[in-house]
Design a protein around this ligand. Structure first.
Ligand code: NAP
Length: 288
């Protein structure tokens, strides 16, 4: 009798707990050695309910991990110039080691100008052009958090991207583009797909590694997953639905991330880990 094989789940929630525990131990070590507590400043413009929830969640995680969090709440009417000045001032503040600008900030804000006001050494969310350039060139710097989390998940499950065909669906500056660059740096052959790709299904069928980063529920169908492929679903749509049709994809994939509990928890974990790393460097505690 033949039994249907299903993919192994990639447990992002479990890995994220371990990454946060490790960050927490390192934060305690920073405090013991320097007397300072690693500090993440979060800047929130306006009161968008989803953003307020994300910020609350991030601050709670910081507190649990022994990381100080400073909230800078600005009114919705804040101008780009005022936001830039706030971020520059946090960049100069020696008590702040990491800066997170919660986005979207609102249509009247030039977000690129705002991001660029964050000092690269405090850019723990990996949003500046400097961080993107450093990551792309393989130089030291902070990765964008979700792509960084995806790479940790691949490593955890011993997926070596070298020589594999990785298909990244989505090309946003915070997710699709950087995850493709990180996969390229690990010697994958990378194809980017986007809204103008002529035959998405045919390209996905060629993939050894699929990264879905679109924001369209169940766009990637199980029948297009190559048997034995690794499927990373970064999409998060209302109702806890990913960009991959999980039920059919898991019948063909070797490894797959669930939604929720896959990529999502890794994002905050990487943010905390990078904040502690930033503090370690800025406080001169890096061991030679
Ligand atoms: P985004 O900025 O809206 O980018 C979406 C990308 O998908 C764009 O590059 C777009 O192409 C492409 N696209 C749209 N429709 C498509 C289609 N039919 N076929 C192929 N490509 C298509 O989104 P994002 O910020 O990258 O987020 C993507 C998803 O990831 C969302 O569900 C978001 O909630 C989730 N996300 C999760 C985390 C996490 O922590 N887990 C973090 C960030 C984002 P064009 O460039 O041509 O428009």
């Amino acid at each position: 009798m033949s039994r249907t094989r299903t993919a192994q789940l990639m447990d992002g929630a479990g890995l994220a707990r371990r990454v946060v525990e490790e960050a927490s131990d390192r934060a305690a070590e920073v405090t013991r050695r320097s007397g300072a507590t690693p500090c993440l400043a979060t800047v929130l413009v306006g009161e968008d309910p989803a953003s307020v929830t994300y910020v609350r969640m991030k601050r709670a995680r910081c507190a649990k991990a022994g990381i100080e969090s400073r909230l800078v709440s600005l009114p919705a009417a804040t101008t780009t110039a005022e936001l830039v000045e706030t971020l520059r001032s946090l960049s100069r503040d020696t008590g702040v080691h990491g800066i997170l600008l919660q986005h979207p900030c609102g249509p009247h804000i030039d977000e690129r100008a705002a991001f660029e006001a964050i000092a690269p050494e405090k850019d723990v969310d990996g949003v500046t052009m400097s961080s993107f350039g450093a990551m792309s060139f393989g130089l030291p710097g902070f990765a964008s958090c979700t792509p960084g989390g995806i790479m940790r998940l691949l490593d955890e499950y011993d997926v070596d991207p070298a020589g594999r065909h990785a298909v990244v669906v989505g090309r946003s500056a915070i997710l699709g583009k950087p995850v493709g660059m990180l996969l390229l740096a690990r010697d994958a052959t990378v194809t980017y797909c986007h809204s103008r790709t002529s035959d998405l299904a045919a390209t996905v069928r060629e993939a050894d590694i699929v990264v879905a980063a679109v924001g369209r529920p169940r766009l990637i169908r199980g029948e297009d997953i190559k048997p034995g492929a690794v499927v990373i679903d970064a999409g998060y749509n209302p109702g806890n639905i990913g960009d991959v049709d999980f039920d059919t994809a898991r019948l063909r994939a070797r490894l797959i991330t669930p939604v929720p509990g896959g990529v999502g928890p890794m994002t905050i974990a990487v943010l905390l880990a990078q904040t502690v790393t930033a503090a370690t460097t800025q406080l001169g505690l890096v061991r030679g």
